[in-house]
Ligand binder design. Sequence first.
Ligand code: FAD
Ligand code: FES
Ligand code: FES
Length: 1361
Amino acid sequence: MREYILKTESTLTFYVNGRKVVDNNVDPEWTLLYYLRNKLRLCGTKLGCSEGGCGACTVMVSRYDRVKGKVIHLAINACLAPVASMHGLAVTTVEGIGSTKTHLHPVQKRIAEAHGSQCGFCTPGIVMSMYTLLRNLPKPKMKDMEIAFQGNLCRCTGYRPIIEGFRSFTEDWEQSQAMYNNHLNNGISNGNGCAKGDQCCKNKFNGVTANGGCTEDQAVLFSKTEYTPYDPSQEPIFPPELRMNSSFDSQFLVIKGKRATWYRPTKLEDLLYLKSEYPHARIIVGNTEVGVEMKFKNMIYPVLIQPNQILELTSVATCSSGLRIGAAVTLNDMQQALRNDIESQPEHKTRIFVAIVNMLHWFAGKQIRNVGAVGGNIMTSSPISDLNPIFNAAGCQLELHSKENGIRYVTMDHTFFTGYRRTVVKPDEVLVSITIPYTKEDQYFYAYKQAKRRDDDIAIVNMASNVEFNPGTNTIKDISLAFGGMAPTTVLAMKTKNKLIGKQWDEKTLEEAYSSLIEDLPLNPSAPGGMIRYRRSLTLSLFFKAYLAILNQFEQRKVPVVQKLPQQYQSASSGFHSKIPKSSQYFQVVPADQKDTDLVGRPIVHKSAFKQATGEAVYCDDMPHFENELYLALVLSTRAHAEILSIDASQALAMEGVHAFFSAKDLQEPPFRNCHGIIHDDEVFAEGKVTSQGQVIGAVVAVDQITAQRASKLVKVEYKDLEPVIITIEDAIKKKSFFFNSPKEIYQGDIEAAFRSANHVLDGEARMSGQEHFYLETHCTIAVPKGEDDEMELFCSTQNPSETQRVTAEILGIKSNRVVCRVKRMGGGFGGKESRMLVLSVPVAVAAYKLNRPVRCMLDRDEDMMVSGTRHPFLGKYKVGITKEGKIIACDIEIYCNAGHTLDLSGAVTERAMFHFENAYYIPNARVRGYICKTNLPSNTAFRGFGGPQGMFFGENMIREIASYLNKDPLEISSINLYKEGDKTHYNQPLEYCTLQRCWDKCLKTADYFNRKKQVEEFNRQNRWKKRGMSVVPTKFGISYTLLMLNQAGALVLIYDDGSVLISHGGTEMGQGLHTKMIQVASRALDISADFIHIAETSTDKVPNTSATAASCGSDLNGMAVLDACETLRKRLEPFKAANPKGKWADWVKTAYCERVSLSATGFYKTPGIGYDISKNEGKPFKYFTYGAACSEVEIDCLTGDHQVLRTDIVMDLGDSLNPAIDVGQIEGGFMQGYGLFTLEEMVYSPTGTIYARGPGVYKIPGFADIPTEFNVSLLKGAPNKHAVYSSKAVGEPPLFLASSVFFAIKEAITDARAERGLKGTFKLDAPATAARIRMACEDEITDKFPEPDPSTFTPWNVVP
Ligand SMILES: Cc1cc2nc3c(=O)[nH]c(=O)nc-3n(C[C@H](O)[C@H](O)[C@H](O)COP(=O)(O)OP(=O)(O)OC[C@H]3O[C@@H](n4cnc5c(N)ncnc54)[C@H](O)[C@@H]3O)c2cc1C
Ligand code: FES
Ligand code: FES
């Protein structure tokens, strides 16, 4: 043992929110997030994914940089940062910057006031990203903000309000304010628009607003004008001890844990010594690779070494050949160093640096780049690393040190990577630095990356091209092309290199390059990652981009070339970059004479928004631990269809801290039951066999989460595989695997006669994939037995407390009156917590009941994605009869949904698809048949729209196909088929107060459709490889549960003798603002200020037998029930008001109390006049409809399949909105969720039913940069709805489908791309329109080189369910 190892420090010291934490009992395997939430009980920082992909765990870490003499603040992911790496640092969490009890930080205040927090689960992370940005840059630019949020996701808001709120911090906003003030002093608005014309703030930046105006109008969703500039001097100071005392930096830290030891040497020789002692030690800088391996691949690394204090690894130096960068330099610091050099060196020298800087923009999120190091990227050697292709093509030099063999220099050439995640670096060697070379004048360097989502995503394929020409010519002197995503390692295309040297940079060479790249980069049809033809096409497409970029350079530099770059090709080589977003929101303001206390119709802030922004809002897993509490971890099936031969939990039970293991055996004896669901096909624990991967087989209960999760991995399950394994809808059809024997059917008119009379009959087929809910808060339950009479309290993140209560009671064999289910709030639900929470809540309740101790479990993201199912994938096969003008007169459609292995809600979901297949179009003769396919996937379930969007997608496809067939604009076909007042749907319901046409016309007008359409055509004429498309889509969504009995709601309103009012109702708060709206309703009904009113939670002991908060009916049903109760109470109080007209609310309440008047009332509502019989096609399934229309314009990159939404205009009829801010938020959030559904989000399954998409790394939901560059939302004015509370309309689900306007706009753009090749007519594009599908539909000479392989010759890596 070396002498210095004896002089080590084993106590971890750091600061959290200004308080010193000194701990000598830290486990090196703990993350900072675990420490904050479990040890310090700071629960404001959230866990959304554990893999650095969602940003919910963002905190700020500050350190004093002694070289620069200043404090550096970094936003980081606490879920990946080892707590041991915090030594000598200061951590700031959301609790540390402000609170509703003291003062709010401006960041917290503005996100809340801008309506940027719905469910609030993402909010603390977003607040901390913004806060950190401001600490570094008190006046950021919009571009800085864009970068700061690359690593944060929000599933509710659609991002626009967050950007809007924070825009008020930017320099850009201050400039616009100055312009605005200037204008107010000089200009006059004519009331018909803004006096500034083109200079109107609406055209300049975000034109907010209401009432048909721009910022000049008084009413806005929120007002930024009174914000005082942010004052950084008010921020807490950096802990003086850390600034003054450098001893923390120089300490050799050694922290020993149960399974791992953490070393933080401060000298290179110590590091080399450790590495020679422990060659398999992991060197941890950002832990962004190792952390993920430990969490999700269950890797155990006994020795972890942090090199961050070693000078040689952390410094950057300029040398004659290039820039030498220490291996532990973070990606952000490297980017900055490269930028500095780019600014100071001649342009031609830094072309590789420019490529790296540009690439880093698309590399992960800021939080990852703040900690992840360049050495980690190289040494992980991931085949989809974004930097290795660049380093490889550039031939960078690595400096390796080892204790035994000293220094070795290695070039990153074609011999460097030796296999999957392997390199020539020896185990005892440490990578000390990389030298990135300068370029020469005749050398060009370009790098490209294509990912599923542009921002913060790993590459599908990337490429770096390094081409040197003989001086002043186009003759290739040397060329290196490196590719990622095409093999188990980064690949240097050596054959191509050898073939191209000496050739001219022209079309002939391009063709030769194509041929040899095909040889250099073969890809087996079964290769991991799938998308084989796409990936292969990308290699050539990316090379083509580099080819064009160099031609462009030749032109600019006047290099004599044979071939010129055609004008139409100019735009091809570049990719998309986000632009500063613009938006507007129009809504109806309340009448001037409406009382101030009457909140109905006002854009008030979500009741919990401020608490959400400060981290004080309590979600299920934030609840303090109960005494004696245990933690549960599920054991999940790893087979899709198999007999369970044995389950052996002995190893798990032998682990210290493990209390029990439960399985089906524990529920065999009455009074217990092991199944639930409409047809009792959902088992609590799989019994005898499994029918899906991710099915719950058992549960381990232990003292804490870490122990339970580790023990659950030790449970051994033996299986015998069974046949068949059915994954796809097509498989199910082939094997006739349906839930009911015959399809459900709706029949209207006489389709045979109508088909006979039709001018044309078209056949078609459309397919839509499922969608993962990706609520930011995963499923969570805490079950607390009360110790007597079988009473149990369940705290559960569920949209359906009554169902949770009912099923728990059934399974435990007790009465419902012994179980109380309580829900404070959810971090998003979207339908995913309507029924599938039972997968977790029931095992937790069983364990708590049997052990008579509180039990908790919050699923990890990967578990949640494996067990909880998705939106249903659908397939539609149809035949449409049309007139010669394109009017639909008949349709026969078969609709198939992939239900998964249990029925769950699939019957009702299929029915809703059947009701909505015609979207917004009148079809007088129709037959709709719905099939529920039983497959071996996790049970698919409710998701915003509940089958409606899938059905509507078929209708819209028909419109496009008719248009294509008749060679007409789809807009014309939509227009002539649009429903009119009084038209009857195919389920025989006449449309009353139908505002569809109004929405449609207004949408076309606000979008300036016809003018812009011409511009799109002109753009397409001028660009060969970029195309634009525009599309308008209407929507009509039926409001009511289709199961009659669910259309009821209850409320309990209590008035206390101080005048305060406590409301309980049956609905749950999942971010949609239901409680806020209920308070607004009560404020009007009781004629009191909202300050008197409180809603604490939803609880089954306050309101019984509630329906799930779903089907968009939450406000309609519960609002009426609240109104009912309030009216009862108001009547009781009227005499006291009359007797004391000058008195106040509290006086009347007090007197009523003294007069012994009951001050509590229940309210009840059942939707009148509905009820439908599918067998007779009679009755009325929906109370009314919500209508809307959207127009979207997109641009696609035909070479990569990438796209950008340039503009979206939405008009929706929401009656008299109860709260325009919340409703606009629902529209924008619903639209963005739909945007994900129609373009980005893809669940990936293997042919044997393994779910590959288990987290944000693989599953991509839209991010900040994906919002339409211009996003305008208008609520239709003057359309009160007599069927719902205070003339409002339901909003939750209807806007989602409007995002299909993006899908169809993409399809229009592809149509134009195909036309360039002479391809005319209709073509199939399944949803989502992913980059892969877009690229492959833009058929050209590149895609032709990769014909579809014969499906019978290989097993694909993945299948589409
Ligand atoms: C959410 C997320 C997004 C990401 N996005 C991208 C992306 O877009 N593109 C991309 O390419 N990557 C991406 N990554 C991968 C990752 O961030 C990078 O590879 C990063 O550079 C790794 O650095 P690190 O310091 O965090 O590595 P660590 O996890 O700390 O270490 C990684 C490995 O490198 C070894 N190592 C580190 N330093 C040395 C050294 N000096 N000598 C010898 N061995 C060493 C370690 O032993 C360890 O095995 C992403 C990761 C996450 C979690
Ligand atoms: S929880 Fe850390 S990034 Fe998602
Ligand atoms: S408010 Fe962002 S995830 Fe819900």
